[in-house]
Design a protein around this ligand. Structure first.
Ligand SMILES: CC(C)(COP(=O)(O)OP(=O)(O)OC[C@H]1O[C@@H](n2cnc3c(N)ncnc32)[C@H](O)[C@@H]1OP(=O)(O)O)[C@@H](O)C(=O)NCCC(=O)NCCS
Length: 164
């Protein structure tokens, strides 16, 4: 029902907001997770519960809403000298419209003065291209990182001193 409120081809002029997730949004987040990752790689709903509403103080779970529809989420983990993109995903129906870029902008805003690191499946070309477009560099291959044996590429973004 909610979906009828949104013209997907006209998303840019619709109300988009980004905020820390609340409990009521967990099912929508979990749905995006299931649509975005292989079953072996996807987080369970119990794992998400640890991240919302500041339950785990070293991390945050954010969502993007278009009108009242959850269309994307990310988890950021905070370390002393760097932050880590622990997960990020956009509902497949709303991809390639700048939603992940909006989330990355927020991640960068939360990371002033720090590097940002992440791991991505070596076969996830779309995500690798996405990160490269935003200045992330491949740093290391981590073999056998995922449950199916796939390697991860560790990527890092280093900001200039004058990052605002
Ligand atoms: C990776 C992901 C988050 C990108 O989300 P998105 O909202 O579609 O990304 P954006 O619209 O902000 O794309 C920005 C750039 O990323 C690249 N990109 C995104 N989707 C792409 C695709 N299907 N093919 C090629 N490049 C793509 C492009 O460079 C794009 O810039 P452009 O629009 O100027 O061409 C999304 O594809 C997704 O949820 N994938 C499944 C989950 C996942 O793999 N997460 C990453 C785990 S590390």
């Amino acid at each position: 029902m909610k979906r009828q409120l949104l013209d997907r081809n006209d998303l840019r002029i619709k109300m988009i907001s980004i905020h820390k997730a609340i409990k009521e949004e967990l099912n929508d987040i979990f749905r995006i997770e299931q649509l975005s990752f292989k079953p072996k790689d996807a987080f369970g709903i119990g794992q998400f519960k640890h991240f919302f509403n500041g339950k785990k103080r070293s991390s945050d779970l954010y969502v993007v809403l278009a009108l009242n529809l959850v269309i994307g989420y990310f988890i950021i983990r905070y370390y002393e000298k760097s932050n880590r993109i622990y997960s990020i995903a956009v509902n497949p129906e709303f991809r390639q419209r700048g939603i992940a870029t909006l989330m990355l902008d927020k991640i960068h805003e939360l990371s002033v003065g720090k590097n940002i690191i992440l791991e991505v499946r070596k076969d996830n070309k779309v995500a690798i291209d996405f990160y490269k477009k935003h200045g992330y560099k491949e740093e290391q291959i981590i073999h056998n990182y995922y449950k199916d044996g796939m390697s991860a590429i560790k990527m890092r973004k280093v900001f200039d001193e004058i990052q605002g």
